[in-house]
Design a protein. Sequence first.
Length: 255
Amino acid sequence: MKNLSTAVTNIVLLEELKKILKVLKEISISPIILKGAALAETVYPDISMRPMSDIDILVKEEEIAKVKTCLISLGYSLQIGGGLHFIKNANFPVNIDVHSEIWYMPDAALRSLWHHGSHAVNISGESALAMSPEEALIYTAAHASIHHGTLSELVLEDITHITRFYMIMWDDIIRKVKEYQIQVPIYYTFYKAKSSNGACIPDHVLKNLKPSYISNFFESILYKSILNSPPIPNIGHILRPLSQGGIHGKLKFLS
């Protein structure tokens, strides 16, 4: 076991997630598990290799009220400050973020995620849903490059392990990235994961995603600079609106 402290933390978080999944299942709610909780027991050979600090789940908009009630019944309290961030102050505090949207996804794509963009995983012996390998790759890259504006070693390792563990449908990746209009940040993220960490990303994928310096000149220069620089606090507040396709998308995000 690589890191005992990480392993203990992950076991506590995943056992807590298991309890949440059981309660939600009783009221017919099947959240999609995001980020580390969906990867630690699947794509990593050792649970201690993937550090986690919290739990992220995706639920449908109409399920939020019921999810909130369930979490409160399990001892969680909703934190003030925007978003649906819950914390359970036990011997080992547990933080959970509840999401009801993926900001770059059109509404139709988000709604179909439960039927066509997810697959079954095992969380500490409890069946659950996680994003499909293709959607998980896109989400991991987009969350890091757009939401945070930085590519940590952890993110690059997540991408590398996903590409090595699953048989990726790369044509679907290319199509979805272009549909979501996040081609530039995804290209630079994939390029770095392949060149720095040996992620199994085919050359033809990078070729298809490589932005045109004529139509994407400003965006390419911006992401190339930001993703190769030290982290800039709150840069995501600028990058996320820029990533929204067209004036309508930008106005929708800002509203």
